[in-house]
Design a protein around this ligand. Structure first.
Ligand SMILES: C[S@@+](CC[C@H](N)C(=O)[O-])C[C@H]1O[C@@H](n2cnc3c(N)ncnc32)[C@H](O)[C@@H]1O
Length: 280
């Protein structure tokens, strides 16, 4: 039984950081003419209605996307992401928020493909309905870690993989590190983006040590902290580790993170980090 439902969290600060960076990864993948495949192992329901009572319960989006979606002077690397949010809410009232599948769908070219897996049966039904008309997209009801085994390497030999676990089981940092090791063995040239929460400095440090010990090169960490390190009452920060980031992504990630940090901070100025866990 999976208790986690992303609708409670849709559009929060962590989604904004993750999706703004994801949009740039896709944009960079599109710079080469050959097709690529996007694999979203923990896809959620695809798109979110922020007027739903679950979304309104803690209104996490109020301190996330609501703070930035209408700002007119955001730096250029945020244009595609914020532009899509504005397009979904053309009436000028924030109601719809694109999850990673809807965001990527809007950026895929005709010859690119996507595979979305979701383990929660109910959410998977919604996800399937959401993308039923798009022949580029395949939805599967499957454990995302199994999807990595069954879908890597992709037939196109070019791919972007998002592993966005809900971290609702113990041992998830270990599972994630292990999954990356195995997935990278299958598809060493793939671009991987792994999301993780900044919960407990020791657990995060142990996770990052495990990543380093994997021997995988070219790993960039992009993190955002909206509360100080001592904060424990709620999620205080989040990070993406990106394996094989495309050329030019690092500078854009820095621009995006630096702009977002003070705007999404809950206490103080917010902190951000974009640096190499392991260089080339
Ligand atoms: C953080 S949410 C995904 C959000 C989505 N990637 C986005 O950015 O819009 C995590 C999702 O993973 C699903 N999930 C949890 N464990 C899973 C697993 N082992 N395999 C696939 N999906 C899983 C949850 O039901 C939830 O919908």
């Amino acid at each position: 039984m999976l208790a986690y439902r992303h609708l409670f969290h849709a559009g929060n600060f962590a989604d904004v950081h993750k999706h703004a960076l994801l949009a740039r990864l896709v944009a960079r993948m599109r710079r080469k003419p050959n097709a690529f495949r996007y694999i979203d192992t923990h896809a959620g329901i695809g798109r979110y209605d922020l007027t739903h009572e679950w979304a309104r319960k803690n209104a996490e989006f109020a301190d996330g996307i609501a703070r930035v979606w209408e700002v007119s002077d955001a730096p250029a690397p945020l244009n595609a992401y914020l532009g899509l949010v504005r397009k979904l809410n053309a009436g000028g009232r924030l109601r719809f928020y694109p999850g990673s599948p809807a965001l990527v769908q809007a950026l895929l070219r005709a010859h690119d493909r996507a595979v979305l897996s979701e383990l929660n049966a109910k959410d998977c039904v919604v996800l399937t309905e959401c993308f039923a008309q798009d022949r580029r997209i395949t939805v599967i009801h499957q454990d995302g870690y199994q999807t990595l085994r069954s879908h890597l390497p992709p037939p196109e030999r070019r791919g972007l993989v998002l592993v966005d676990s809900s971290f609702d089981r113990s041992g998830e940092y270990e599972r994630l590190a292990l999954a990356l090791r195995e997935a990278h063995r299958r598809f060493a040239t793939g671009v991987f983006a792994l999301w993780y929460p900044l919960m407990g400095a020791a657990a995060v440090a142990a996770f990052e040590r495990k990543l380093v010990a994997s021997g995988i090169r070219k790993m960039l960490v992009c993190s955002l902290e909206v509360y100080p390190p001592s904060w424990t009452a709620s999620l205080r920060g989040c990070a993406l580790v990106i394996v094989n980031p495309p050329f030019g992504f690092e500078a854009e990630a820095r621009t995006i993170s630096t702009w977002l940090a003070p705007r999404l901070a809950r206490q103080g100025e917010g902190r951000t980090r974009v640096d190499w866990l392991v260089p080339e």
